[in-house]
Every structure is written in structure tokens, then in C-alpha cells.
Design a protein. Structure first.
Length: 125
């Protein structure tokens, strides 16, 4: 069902400063989107690298890792399989236009968010 780590979302104090820092470490900027107000996706060069999705802290969020997302080739099939278990699913697969992704949000036994995203990446709206 799961094929790889897709992305790790990190909430930061200053988006531009964090992007510049990661670029100096060799990360490539993949995209900037309006997700969470403004966000950026970066990854290290090479195949099968997880993406770091960054956005600035807002509201009651805390700076740090927000969630880890796992990639699947078929988010609907993953949902159907998980729906037969006792895993806490927050909602059925849903499209997030600002990222161009379809995902499922779950909660682990301690209440932390875990995300499963479809491997198909569309252009963000």
C-alpha cells in the first residue's frame, strides 16, 4: 500500500530564511504555493528523495515537524483498505487544490497526524 515517504511538513518562523538556508545545504526548490497562506516544497537532488514542505507558523501551530506523509500509488484503494481497520481516519480522500494532491489524514495512537498522499502530483491551483 505505502511506497515511500512523500513529504515531511515543517512549520517555520520565517519561510524565506528557511528556504535560503536549505538551498545553501543543497536543496532544490520544487514549488511555492498558496497552501497554508504560503508554502514551499524543497528536496535534495536525486531520485526518491522525500520533500520538505515548509510553511510559516500561524494560529495555534507550533514550530517544528507537523506531519510525515507517505506516498501511495492509489489513495482510494489505500482508503478502502484502511477503512476495514480500527485506524482513526479523519476523512475520506480529498483533493487539496493549492497543492495539487489528493490525501487522507490519519491519527496515530498518540494523536499525531499521519498523511497518505496519492503519487500523482498535479499543478497546484
Amino acid at each position: 500500500m505505502l511506497t515511500a515517504i512523500d513529504h515531511i511538513e515543517i512549520i517555520v518562523r520565517d519561510l524565506d530564511a528557511y528556504v535560503a538556508y536549505l538551498e545553501k545545504l543543497g536543496f532544490e526548490v520544487l514549488t511555492r504555493t498558496s497552501h497554508h497562506g504560503e508554502s514551499a516544497e524543497l528536496k535534495l537532488p536525486g531520485d526518491n528523495q522525500p520533500i520538505f514542505e515548509l510553511h510559516e507558523v500561524g494560529g495555534e501551530e507550533v514550530i517544528g515537524i507537523n506531519h510525515i506523509a507517505f506516498r501511495t500509488d492509489d489513495v482510494n484503494a489505500a482508503y478502502d483498505s484502511l477503512a476495514k481497520t480500527d485506524i482513526r481516519i479523519e476523512e475520506p480522500p480529498h483533493d487539496v487544490a493549492s497543492t495539487g494532491r489528493t490525501n487522507i489524514n490519519l491519527r496515530d495512537p498518540d494523536g499525531w497526524r499521519v498523511q497518505i498522499v496519492d503519487a500523482n502530483r498535479r499543478k497546484p491551483a
